[in-house]
Ligand binder design. Structure first.
Ligand SMILES: [Cu+2]
Length: 196
């Protein structure tokens, strides 16, 4: 009789150990899952995104939406524009987030914190940090402009990189990349401030 009881006790003890291990494993799995979700949430917060509506200037009807996303030190710009004339147009970042004037000139000249000559993006001879370049509008006057760089940031300490407080300008004409200091891109037809 004693032997049987002892056996049962051992069996129960073994069972307890096994089930305890299983609970532990489940708890570990749950903890890992929580960590993974937490990481995903942090990543989403880290990928900063700001979006603005562009308004027509110089009696144009050019408008649209421009967004900037900062992810792992690379800023991606996406502009969706309507109301353009078919063909090529320039787009730049200008120095001041002030679109109050009818001709968009309240934004000042190109954003050029490094005091370089105007030029094509990443040209050896130099270029402005706002020298995005040209894009093409389709026959309906629509355009999607996509650009990304690690030379910009959204609201960081480095004023050579920080696009906040500047403006996006779309021009009626084409940037020739040689005329100083603006590329002779003509009228400013759409504008938004980059304000956080
Ligand atoms: Cu410009």
């Amino acid at each position: 009789m004693k032997k049987i009881i002892r056996f049962e006790l051992i069996a129960m003890a073994l069972l307890a150990v096994v089930s305890c291990k299983e609970v532990k494993k489940e708890a570990t799995d749950a903890a890992t899952e929580v960590e993974t979700v937490a990481e995903e949430v942090t990543e989403t917060v880290m990928a900063e995104n700001i979006t603005f509506m562009m308004e027509p200037k110089s009696d144009s009807s050019v408008k649209g939406e421009v967004s900037f996303t900062d992810e792992d030190g690379t800023v991606s710009m996406k502009a969706m524009l309507t109301g353009l004339t078919e063909g090529e147009h320039a787009i730049h970042i200008h120095q001041t987030a002030d679109c109050s004037s009818d001709d968009g000139k309240s934004t000042g000249g190109h954003w050029n914190p490094t005091n370089e000559p105007h030029g094509k993006w990443q040209a050896e001879e130099g270029y402005h940090k706002g020298d995005i370049g040209n894009f093409i509008a389709d026959a309906e006057g629509n355009a999607l402009v996509e650009f990304s760089t690690d030379q910009w940031c959204i609201g960081c300490e480095d004023e050579n990189k920080n696009i906040v407080g500047k403006a996006v300008i779309v021009h009626q004409g084409v940037d020739d990349f040689t005329s100083q200091p603006s590329g002779a891109a003509g009228k400013r037809v759409s504008c938004t401030g980059i304000i956080q």
